[in-house]
Design a protein around this ligand. Sequence first.
Ligand SMILES: Cc1ncc(COP(=O)(O)O)c(C=O)c1O
Length: 423
Amino acid sequence: MKIKDNKIHIGKVAVSDLAEEYGTPLYVYDEEKIRDNYRRAFNAFSKHYPDFRFFYAVKACNNPAIASILVSEGAGIDAASVNEILLAKQVGLGGEDVMFSGNFLSDEDIKKGLDSGVIFNLDDISLLPRVLKFGKPEILSFRVNPGYGRSNVGEFVTNAGPNAKFGVHPDQVTQAYKLAKEAGIKRFGAHMMPGSCITDADYFPFVTGLLMDIIGKTGKELGIKFEFIDLGGGLGIPYRGDEEHLDLEDAARKVAEVFKAKTAEYGLHPPRLMMEPARYFVGNAGYVIGKVHSIKSSYKKIIGTDVGMNTLCRPVMYGSYHHIFVDGKENDSREKLALCGQLCENTDYWVKERDLPSTIAEGDLIVIENAGAYGFAMSYQYNGRLRPAEVLVKKSKHWLIRKRETYKDMVANTKVPRRLKKK
Ligand SMILES: Cc1ncc(COP(=O)(O)O)c(C=O)c1O
């Protein structure tokens, strides 16, 4: 995003042009930024450990156009559900290019997962006999809960440790692989996903060490050759202006050091090193453009926009911060103002006090940054406020990659029994 002659641009396109052509609220993604993010991260890790691959966790932004960009860069896909396996297929990936990391799977999930031939990543030892009832995955890993996790928004997305619902307890890991081996499974990997949005480089080698100590002992005891070890996602981006950026070079170098040292310590055959980030690739490449509809002066001055918690739910769900720009007014003097969406919920009053241009007026465009990850994917239709359109920008070109929902979409799957229909 750039401000040129006081006008906000994404790529080389003025947000006012995008708003005029596609309407608001609107999700906009910058393709060049996604590619830059991917390449920076891939180069950092593969430089220190050449047998390295990223799997993009498609849950963060599940538009097939965005997934296609990452697949074209060489990423596999991390799928949380059967529908995400289907999405991977739609963008050309299947088999061992896809990792199925669902949790609390149904029998239906298991059967469809097995049919698709993807890497099966089990979240619990109890899943193994349920999977074996329907078939034997060609390659299997367990998601290990190494007993420690972290996130930048407290417990909300801390995905490991005693309070997380995810992963196999360290004491059960050897037994889990033993049972899988006894059942005749021959190819193995290992996985963890302990935290999200971490900008402290030292966190990554620390959790790598935790996993490698657990997996190393298991490998040694059972004589298992792990083909891959997946460290999960969690590469963080700063959301506030004063937050530190992740020193990716430092994180990658230290992770590779620990990974190699632990591989040697436990006498493991060197596995492929994998990670499955999402936020780092797409988070800062996505924006929401919204419009100010009305301004109310009551107990406070409230700026009413069309960006509600249904459009971008992270602030309300996690208490997370997203910076807001006002097109054409960034150089104006500031005033502490409140800002909200249009929903009939007071939680939709998602900015209680923020320094915003005091000249902000009806019809102005706002641009919310860092909305590419867990933005559109978590949007919903409450109050009949329908999901926005999505647009991809590359330099001065732009493409609609998801149509704005209409009333027809809102009622598409509903049915009124004949007896209830008004004659
Ligand atoms: C299993 C799994 N892998 C990867 C990710 C991606 O995490 P991040 O966006 O923090 O990189 C997530 C996110 O919740 C996840 O649940």
